[in-house]
Design a protein around this ligand. Structure first.
Ligand code: AMP
Length: 426
């Protein structure tokens, strides 16, 4: 007989369960099923899990449970420290912490990150609180000014540890860890578990339990349709993007994120799209916190339809409405690709991920397909077909229907039936 696992099987505090039920979660995700019991038993955890898996609740729910069921030591500093690489992620985790602790009046959460005025943060950390969610840079400023008392800290959580290291936060993380008690429970979450992340985990964790919600099982998610458009040059990309945003057949774009490789280009492309009458804004790391928050809420409340963003800025955006992710420039790594397309698969909502690729991107596309275990359909738009591809693969082109050709990347022709189906979709 199959045992159906619900949140009720996880022995969480009734007030936490109430909030989880209100959030509409019917059953725990796999990372939650694996991590929550182990965290509640007090083990250190090294988890490989990406955004979209429910990893935030996987560490927040047992942490809140710990806070309400165990008596604190004397003091007013945080009992839990959650370190994250970006302000957006800090804000997103704070929102979730407040959601799950809604019925735990005694639990106070504070968020500190760069780009925000010191005044409010200073006020927040001068009062008693339980959970501190912070980006490393700003936290170190407070540590150096001796503004935070870590004497009663019990749990350290590092989220998106790989991104933290990519962003050069190794030393700040080590400095922070040196300032907190060594007798603590440590939970490390990372989209990827390689090289420097493993090294860091070996320094920070004590006999950790490894949990691996691997990329395949996430990216296998049938909710995301992936397509690839071959492009000749920048001009071709611009024309394709304009066409897709203006008129994308059956795949109606309600809300899209367009990824560019650089901040400068994000601004430039947003301006160009604006001139073409698209409702658009840029989001990148050079914008101050107020601008970023405003832009994200404009996207949430439908005032803008398209966000042109860089990878770092887009981390932590949790906008359930995103129907399309468009990789105007492919990311540098396969992990970033999975992260990006995950933006359109929030809590099971359907999404479409389109990538523009030049011939030289072929090795990266193959790596992505290998990593995700999925083949990406190649798509063409009538009148905007790439010149270069027709020279490199004349046979497939001749054999395919002219209008909106779809086939597997890497030259595997599809059945006629599949081509027909895809032809209607594209
Ligand atoms: P995360 O991977 O933490 O970024 O979570 C992705 C999204 O899944 C968030 O919007 C959460 O609110 C949502 N979520 C978390 N746990 C569950 C669950 N058990 N069932 C449905 N949605 C969930």
């Amino acid at each position: 007989m199959w045992l159906i696992m619900t949140f009720y099987n996880l022995s969480l505090h009734p007030q936490i369960l109430k909030a989880v039920t209100e959030a509409g979660y019917l059953e725990p995700t796999s990372i939650q099923l694996e991590a929550i019991p182990k965290i509640m038993e007090g083990f250190d955890i090294r988890a490989s899990a990406q955004t979209g898996t429910g990893k935030t609740a996987a560490f927040l729910l047992p942490t809140l449970n710990h806070l309400v069921t165990k008596n604190p030591k004397q003091g007013k500093g945080p009992r839990v420290l959650i370190l994250v690489p970006t302000r957006e992620l800090a804000m997103q985790i704070t929102t979730q912490a407040l959601k799950y602790s809604k019925y735990l009046n005694q639990i106070k959460t504070v968020c500190i990150s760069g780009g925000v005025s010191y005044q409010g943060q200073m006020r927040d950390i001068s009062r008693p609180y339980d959970i501190l969610i912070a980006t490393p840079g700003r936290l170190i400023e407070y540590i150096e000014k001796r503004k935070i008392d870590f004497s009663r800290l019990e749990i350290l959580i590092l989220d998106e540890a790989d991104r933290m290291l990519d962003m050069g936060f190794v030393e700040p993380v080590e400095q922070i860890v040196a300032a907190i008690p060594s007798s603590r429970q440590t939970l490390l979450f990372s989209a990827t578990m390689q090289g420097s992340v493993i090294k860091l985990s070996e320094k920070l964790l004590n006999k950790p339990i490894d949990i691996n919600v691997n990329a395949k099982s996430i990216s296998k998610n049938e909710n995301i349709t992936q397509k690839l458009h071959y492009v000749d040059d920048l001009n071709h990309k611009n024309r394709l993007l304009d066409h897709i945003l203006s008129n994308n057949g059956d795949d109606c774009i309600d809300c899209a994120i367009v990824f560019t490789a650089t901040k400068r280009h994000a601004d430039q492309l947003a301006n160009e799209l604006h001139d073409k009458n698209h409702s658009v804004a840029a989001l990148h790391g050079d914008m101050n916190q107020r601008q970023r928050t405003r832009t994200i809420s404009q996207l949430r409340n439908g005032k803008i339809r398209v966000l042109v963003a860089t990878d770092v800025a887009a981390r932590g955006i949790d906008v359930q409405l995103i129907t399309h992710v468009i990789n105007f420039d492919l990311p540098n790594t396969v992990e970033d690709y999975v992260h990006r397309i995950g933006r359109t698969d929030r809590a099971g909502a359907k999404g479409i991920a389109l990538s523009f690729a030049a011939g030289r991107d072929t090795p990266l596309v193959k790596k992505i397909e290998k990593f995700t275990g999925q083949q990406i359909d190649v798509s063409e738009i009538e009148g905007l077909e790439p010149r270069a591809k027709s020279q490199s693969r004349p046979k497939q082109r001749a054999a395919s229907p002219r209008n909106s050709v779809n086939r597997q990347f890497g030259g595997r022709p599809k059945s006629q039936q599949q081509q027909k189906r895809n032809g209607r979709r594209g």
